[in-house]
Design a protein around this ligand. Structure first.
Ligand code: ADP
Ligand code: MG
Length: 240
């Protein structure tokens, strides 16, 4: 018992140290990126290609740091009433190019009028990580289905893919920091998503079968939009 507590404290201190280093590195990185972007814009010669590469790699480093910082301490800057369907639609649009590149068809089924109280950027990040994994796991010609349904004060967002799936040992490792099976993976995405969903008072579960696919279910506390009845009322008035 005592050993476990000590270990937890140690991990915490290490985590804090890593987070403060990540934070300190991010600032000069932002400055470097700013100048490089300026040079990239002005460059008409041979260096244009190299600068594009440098910027892409810098972007990668930045997103790893942001993911890590987000994991160490999710920041819910401004909580607001956000339409869940809108957030899912935004995220799907964001990942359209990736899906097209991988030859994966993404189908979305939304339910409008349902809100969640959160920092919308955080929820977007959580969904991006999960949906991105689904697309990356799926072969050319496969599908990712995203559906949203609500019951009472809860909503379910189900993301299923026809990808390569995971065995039970792999599922058990999900949410372990730095666990990845990809060449260029960081092993941060799932951990960050779990942390964000849990910080929102939600839950996330994974069901998967190798060679068949994966189904991720996210449960979130939600509420009906108060003004949901209003457009109907207006329509009725118009009709009269
Ligand atoms: P990364 O994507 O950088 O590898 P993640 O934390 O997002 O890190 O995911 C960790 C690992 O979990 C992935 O490398 C992959 O092996 C597995 N995984 C996550 N989602 C899926 C999925 N939908 N289908 C198959 N494997 C998955
Ligand atoms: Mg990932």
């Amino acid at each position: 018992m005592r050993k476990e507590i000590l270990r937890a404290e140690k991990l915490n201190t290490l985590g804090e140290l890593a987070a403060s280093i990540a934070h300190e590195i991010r600032n000069p990185l932002t400055v470097v990126k700013g100048f490089l972007q300026m040079m990239h814009k002005q460059e008409k010669g041979d260096n244009y290609y190299y600068l594009s590469l440098v910027l892409a790699e810098l972007g990668r480093a930045e997103s790893i740091i942001n993911d890590y910082l987000n994991f160490a301490k999710p920041q819910f800057e401004k909580k607001e009433d956000a339409e869940l369907a809108e957030i899912i639609a935004d995220v799907t649009l964001l990942l359209e190019a990736l899906a097209a590149k991988e030859g994966v068809q993404v189908n979305v089924q939304l339910e409008w009028g349902i809100c969640v109280k959160t920092d919308r950027n955080q929820l977007k990040q959580a969904l991006v990580n999960i949906i991105k994994n689904a697309i990356e796991a799926t072969d050319d010609g496969g599908e990712v289905n995203i559906s949203q349904a609500s019951a009472g004060n809860e909503s379910y967002v189900v993301i299923s893919d026809t990808g390569k799936g995971m065995d039970s040992a792999q599922i058990a490792r999900l949410g372990t920091l730095f666990y990845t099976t990809k060449d260029k993976g960081t092993g941060l995405g799932t951990s960050v998503s779990i942390k964000i969903i849990e910080a929102m008072g939600g839950a996330i579960s994974f069901k998967s079968e190798r060679g068949v696919g994966t189904e991720v279910t996210i449960i979130l506390p939600t509420f009906k939009k108060e003004r949901a009845e209003k457009p109907d009322q207006d329509q009725m008035n118009d009709a009269i």
